[in-house]
Design a protein around this ligand. Structure first.
Ligand code: GLA
Length: 357
């Protein structure tokens, strides 16, 4: 039998999740961020199914299958990210033929490690390969962000998609989210990363995220600047009402912390910047919750830790710590044994079966 080659070939691509080390809630204020890719990746496999525009997405994580056609979005959230990528390409005049899509992900979901960005970037990379599209990694990140904002309804910044598309797990990605200027930087010498899940799901995250975003826009409007990135220093914030002043103070001091870290500080100073970031997210930006504060305090008081903070949007999810290199798993064991929540767990370095709690 003579099967046309394009009907039986499968294209596969992958992309990592990310953990943000410094620069939280700064990306939608045109500010600076410092994420790093995590070792866990999402893999997407595409096979042409011979139809003009019928799609089926299968993923082990959600059991079952989502089906959709071009112009009719799926109801399943995970498939919406895939749909957004296909529709975004469609809006650029690229016709994507009907596909069977397999998704396999090791990126922990719902904890602030950008599993959705990893899915979007992996999908777009696979589509780029399948259709020989002329898209560089920045174009992929921008299309992925658009999938999220226009089709999945999450008004995120550009950090997650840029990190998934451009970062690697050996270097931090310094990114100016206004200009998209970027630079890969080494972790401070002698340090390694630890990410722990607080076990608290981020149920409030979307609503609170959109509210914080609106508060930042309002603060910028009152200050007469395009975005909070343009505030000269915290003295300029005195004119703002109390709550908006604290929101703007977080963004201003957080940008300064990222710029300081970019200069190449040692692990001790980097850790102090992370601790200050957590305090600012807790007190000024008010996106922490008690279990996150408790987990961060346990990490900060461990002798193997330089500094720790919540990571991602907040209201639950994961914490990140900068540890003495080689001590990450020992720190995780000590901290999780004191953290009174049985759903707390090690996420990075990827757990080995014998130390999963
Ligand atoms: C989420 C968003 C990002 C960023 C962070 C907070 O991860 O997707 O764009 O705003 O929250 O720093």
């Amino acid at each position: 039998m003579n099967i046309p080659e394009n009907l039986c070939s499968t294209v596969q691509a992958s992309a990592p999740g990310r953990v943000n080390l410094l620069g939280e809630h700064t990306d939608y204020n045109d500010g600076f961020v410092l994420p790093i890719a995590i070792p866990q990746r999402t893999t997407v496999a595409l096979t042409r199914n011979g139809t003009a525009s019928e799609f089926a997405v299968r993923t082990g994580a959600f059991e079952g299958e989502a089906r959709f056609s071009f112009g009719t979005p799926p109801t399943e959230q995970f498939a919406t990210y895939v749909y957004g990528c296909i529709a975004g390409l469609g809006a650029r005049g690229v016709h994507v033929p009907g596909l069977d899509i397999g998704v396999d992900s090791q990126v922990p979901m719902g904890v602030g490690l950008s599993s959705s960005a990893a899915l979007e970037v992996a999908t777009l990379r696979a589509l780029r390969d399948l259709l020989a599209l002329n898209l560089d990694d920045v174009a992929i990140a921008l299309l992925a962000q658009r999938a999220e904002t226009e089709y999945a309804g999450v008004h995120c910044g550009i950090m997650d998609q840029m990190a998934s598309s451009l970062a690697d797990s050996g270097s931090m990605l310094f990114l100016d989210t206004r200009t998209l200027d970027r630079r890969l930087l080494p972790l401070p010498p002698g340090s390694g990363l630890l990410v722990l899940d607080s076990g608290i799901s981020r149920s409030l995250a979307n609503t609170a995220y959109n509210r914080r975003r609106a508060e930042c826009q309002e603060a910028a409007r009152l200050l007469g600047v395009e975005s909070l990135r343009d505030v000269g220093g915290i003295a300029a914030l005195d004119a703002l009402p109390e709550t908006l002043r604290r929101r703007a103070r977080h963004v201003t001091t957080e940008n300064a912390r990222v710029l300081r870290a970019r200069e190449g500080v040692d692990a001790a100073e980097f850790g102090r910047l992370m601790n200050a970031s957590h305090a600012s997210l807790r007190d000024d930006f008010e996106v922490s919750i008690e279990p996150l504060d408790r987990l961060v305090a346990l990490l900060q008081s461990d002798p193997g830790v330089y500094g720790a903070r919540l990571t991602g949007a907040g209201f639950g999810g994961a914490c990140v710590a900068l540890c003495q290199a080689g001590h990450e798993r020992a720190v995780a064991r000590r901290v999780l044994s004191c953290y009174a929540n049985h759903r707390g767990r090690l996420l990075v370095p990827p757990p080995e079966p014998h130390i999963i709690r």
